[in-house]
Design a protein around this ligand. Structure first.
Ligand code: SAH
Length: 567
């Protein structure tokens, strides 16, 4: 929850805009400002104060505890010009919140955390627990001193500007080692601990067993991702309590699923009790990985039979493939989510001209694999192969990367051993539609006129169907030097079903510096003026040119006065 506090009328107006935009995320604190700040600080994860930074500094200073747990605090000035990340830039999410608030109120976000201001990832934003010399390693990164990155296992980290022989080190490890003087340890959630427990097994017995197993194997408890067990033990207090103390979730599998997993040490006892010859080993291995601690039992001081078993598996890091649409060209049509994914990646794969479009947004150290036109399949294969090696990869495309673009060839190559994240982008038809007016106000379709990968008969059949169904049609890839007869042919098919005066919108380089657009008609359009940087949108039988704008009515009933669809 984000607590909102204001003192003046202008502050209250800005506050109300935030509250209206985020009704489920915000809570307004009224009353005297001091009390409001104290209450919000205690109750909320984040606080936005529409007050001077000085006033807020005085009010929150006595409340500050630990940067890992304190709420993030953002101040917005009386004029609504700045959203200042004051406290909790990373841990409290204030930097991100300042950007969000700034975006909503039209205020400039002010972020002073060093790593953010020069575009480097704060070590504490890598999403992994860390320990060691964070301040000095961050400073070394900032000062451009060589920092070595040692990864003991593949993990999809964002780019870090590292050098092989630095005096400072970032080490990614799940082993129970202590950080060196100039070293930060990153703890990947790579370990899965399978546990079995008899009814009533004490928390201390389960936890003691798990901790001893990890310690004997030289593994860090901070890298434990989850405790895994059989469904029947999902509520077993000893397991639930141990997981809570470790700060990890309990994941369960059915006895049937566990019985399928091949394990080195099956036994009869769990088979009789819960219906699988192994709980600890099988649950730990259920999603793959390497068994690093085979099943072991708890040891009881009183000599009674052990009540708990555990086994530890190391899972390889799953690579991450983000398929990111960059929008039609303009920077402000690139979504914040796309921007975040570009900064999340350590490897960027894309067409050279699209890479140029966003190169400045990448984190220093991002490995760029760019290629020229026509190398689609190679790009798709490269992106997937890099993700399979455990990297965080962004595969970029213009507009929406799923529309006549890289998403489908990439996902056709991908297997279920990587995570795939799709980020939608503003596709050319939408960018052009907004320029032309409202051509897509009723049912519409996109058709690519490129017959490089699709036989012309198929394209023609689809154009004919769209013509008969009276759909608004946007043609992508309408015409190139070697493909000049397809567009006239397609327009002729549409003209069999539509008036010569049907509006046709032509938009070239939508949202790019040399954008141009014009409104023509089926009869008047000269196809020779269309090229590959263009989309052509043909109206349906109801589309009109109204004051130079292309408008497709929502429906005929609406025009009759019915408000049913008036949304
Ligand atoms: N993935 C892209 C489409 C790739 S196909 C998207 O979603 O927009 C390439 C075709 O898209 C071009 O031939 C052109 O017809 C169209 N196109 C892409 N960007 C455009 C832009 N900014 N302005 C006009 N047309 C564009």
């Amino acid at each position: 929850m984000i607590g909102l506090i204001s003192a003046t009328a202008a502050g209250a107006a800005a506050r109300d805009r935030l509250a209206a935009a985020w009704p489920d995320r915000t809570r307004v604190y009224e009353g005297p400002v001091g009390e409001a700040v104290r209450a919000a600080f205690a109750e909320c994860e984040q606080v936005v104060c529409f007050l001077a930074t000085g006033a807020v500094v005085r009010l929150v200073a006595p409340l500050l505890g630990d940067k890992a747990t304190d709420p993030g605090v953002v101040c917005v000035d009386e004029g609504g010009r700045f959203a200042v990340s004051l406290v909790g830039g990373h841990g409290g999410g204030a930097n991100e919140l300042a950007r969000e608030v700034g975006g909503l109120l039209g205020a400039e976000p002010v972020v002073t955390t060093a790593t953010d201001s020069v575009g480097l990832p704060g070590l504490d934003t890598l999403g992994l627990p860390f320990e060691g010399a964070v301040a000095s390693v961050s400073r070394a990164l900032l000062d451009g001193e060589p920092v070595a990155l040692e990864t003991e296992l593949a993990w999809p980290l964002p780019a870090l500007p590292t050098a092989p022989d630095g005096a400072y080190t970032i080490r990614l490890t799940d082993r129970a080692v202590a950080p060196g003087e100039h070293e930060v340890l990153l703890r990947p959630p790579s370990l899965v601990v399978g546990v079995g427990a008899s009814k009533g097994a004490p928390v201390d017995e389960v936890l003691g067993l798990v901790e001893a197993a990890l310690a004997d194997a030289g593994l860090s408890a901070r890298s434990v991702a989850e405790l895994a067990t059989v469904d029947a033990k999902a509520e077993e207090p000893g397991i639930v309590g141990a997981a809570a103390r470790l700060g990890v979730p309990v994941v369960t599998y059915s006895a049937g699923e566990l019985a399928e997993v091949a394990v080195p040490n099956p036994s009869d006892a769990p088979l009789a009790a819960v219906g699988t010859p192994s709980v600890a080993e099988a649950a730990a291995l259920a999603r793959g990985g390497e068994l690093v601690v085979p099943k072991r039992k708890s040891r009881r001081a009183d000599g009674q039979p052990a009540m708990a078993t555990c086994a530890v598996v190391r899972r390889p890091g799953r690579g991450r493939l983000a398929v990111v649409g960059l929008g039609p060209g303009a920077r402000d049509l690139l979504t914040p989510r796309a921007r975040a994914e570009l900064r999340r990646a350590s490897v960027l794969v894309g067409l050279d001209q699209y890479v140029d479009q966003i190169r400045d947004l990448l984190r220093p150290g991002t490995r760029i694999l760019e290629s020229g036109l026509g190398a689609e399949e190679e790009r798709a294969r490269t992106a997937v192969a890099e993700a399979r090696q455990g990297h965080a990869v962004a595969l970029i495309g213009s507009g929406d990367a799923g529309v006549y673009a890289m998403a489908s060839p990439a996902l056709a190559e991908a297997s279920d051993d990587i995570d795939v994240i799709g980020v939608p982008g503003v596709t050319a038809a939408l960018a052009a539609g907004a320029i032309l007016g409202a051509p897509l106000g009723h049912d519409h379709v996109s058709i690519s006129l490129s017959d490089l990968h699709t036989p012309w008969e198929v394209i023609e059949r689809r154009v004919r169907a769209a013509a008969e169904a009276d759909l608004v049609v946007t043609f992508y890839n309408p015409r190139s030097r070697g493909r000049d007869w397809q567009l006239p042919k397609a327009l002729a098919i549409l003209a069999e079903h539509r008036e010569p005066a049907t509006p046709v919108g032509v938009v070239r380089n939508a949202s790019r510096p040399d954008e141009s657009s014009r409104l023509s008609t089926l009869a008047a359009l000269d196809p020779a003026t269309v090229d590959m940087m263009t989309v052509v949108t043909v109206g349906n039988t109801a589309t009109r040119d109204i004051a130079g704008r292309m408008v497709t009515p929502r429906g005929y009933r609406w025009q009759d006065g019915s408000q049913e669809e008036a949304k």
